[in-house]
Design a protein around this ligand. Structure first.
Ligand code: SF4
Length: 360
């Protein structure tokens, strides 16, 4: 793998500094940014209004290795899942959820892209395909932002909403995530408003506080899946490091600094976290935060034993929350027929190619 920095991981200031070192006029910065983020070329040689000498210098000092789309799977409900090959031969997935499809059980008029932030994941949540083969590496900023560019290129559509809920724990890659947020939100970059980005975390307390102090009004979703230590310890190893009380303290800290309402994600798993008592505790905690709850009936993952509760049971769970005055949605099925649960496509591909041994 090349050691040259990636040209489209640079912020505007860094690019301006790099060009100034080569005594380039100030307008070159905007020219290069225009090629990278508006015209979206894949190589430096395509930047035809730059002097040949400058293109040569940029080629010597920087690389451009955008994720290459390998295939797009279309679900019958119009959700699309894209598989990308990265510069080191690894794979990640993104899921495109079209406008007019229900997001979090609500109708959305936005085109939402769910992106990955790592190859694999170290957090090992017991219901998740991404954690099955462990952690491989963090995605670079250009690989995170590049998922938007390449999906837009492949579909001809403009993404205007993003969720960081694909493969990986975004807050375990916070340095690259923050840089990617700049590439994605700035007008010289992709230009999606910060309020249209939702970062999802399994509950990394110090990083939640760090992100709370970040000036942009991004949204936060917590993969909660259990409102007590007893339940959470069973399914989310991260809870042994930062328990429920500590997590909720961090969420109150977040609330003091951000305007947008928090979302609590809750996968309903039969016999694990779906009792009436679970619902009542969850209702009380969500109410204390003013958070909305997104209930997701468990999606079968090959090799895992968990069971999805019946639709009636899920509705009863939701009603307990609603009756307690909590805004709750029950996610309508999306992408079930293309295994949209994050990480499954990548596992299949890397197993076929012998990059990883079959984890299940
Ligand atoms: S749910 Fe998120 S944090 Fe947990 S193993 Fe899967 S990708 Fe990692």
């Amino acid at each position: 793998m090349t050691k040259r920095p990636n040209l489209n991981s640079l912020t505007r200031t860094e690019l301006a500094d790099a060009l100034a070192e080569h005594k380039q006029p100030a307008f070159r910065t905007d020219q290069v940014l225009d090629w990278l983020w508006k015209k979206r070329v894949r190589t430096i040689d395509e930047m035809t209004n730059l002097p040949a000498k400058l293109r040569q210098v940029l080629n010597e000092e920087f690389s451009m290795t955008p994720p290459s789309p390998v295939g797009v799977l279309k679900s019958s409900d119009t959700t699309q899942k894209a598989l990308f090959k990265l510069k080191d031969g690894r794979y990640v997935e993104s899921v495109l959820i079209p406008a007019s499809q229900a997001l979090y059980g609500e109708k959305s008029d936005r085109l939402t892209l769910c992106v990955s932030s790592q190859v694999g994941c170290a957090y090992g949540c017991k219901f998740c395909a991404s954690g099955l083969a462990g952690f491989t590496r963090n995605l670079d900023p250009d690989e995170i932002a590049g998922q938007v560019v390449e999906v837009e290129r492949a579909t001809g559509q403009r993404v205007n909403n993003m969720v960081f809920m694909g493969m990986g724990e975004p807050l375990a890659n916070i340095k690259n995530l923050l840089r990617a947020l700049e590439l994605i939100t700035q007008p010289w970059g992709i230009g999606i408003g910060a309020r249209h980005l939702t970062i999802s975390t399994s509950g990394l307390v110090p990083q939640i506080k760090k992100l709370a102090d970040h000036p942009q009004q991004i949204r936060l979703a917590i993969s909660l899946h259990g409102a007590t230590d007893e339940v959470r310890n069973k399914i989310m190893p991260v809870n042994k490091k930062w328990g429920v009380d500590e997590l909720f303290d961090a969420l109150h800290y977040w609330n003091e600094r951000k305007k947008q309402r928090l979302t609590l994600e809750y996968i309903l798993i039969q016999g694990i976290n779906d009792s009436e008592k679970d619902a009542k505790i969850l209702a009380q905690k969500a109410k204390g935060l003013g958070a909305k709850v997104n209930l997701i009936p468990y999606n079968t993952v090959e090799g895992l034993e968990w069971i999805r509760p019946s639709d009636d049971h899920c509705r009863r769970f939701k009603n307990i929350l609603m009756n307690a005055g909590v805004t709750a949605t029950l996610r309508t099925e999306k992408g079930h027929d293309i295994d949209a649960a994050c990480g499954q496509l990548r596992l299949k591909k890397e197993t076929e190619e012998g990059i990883i041994e079959s984890p299940v």
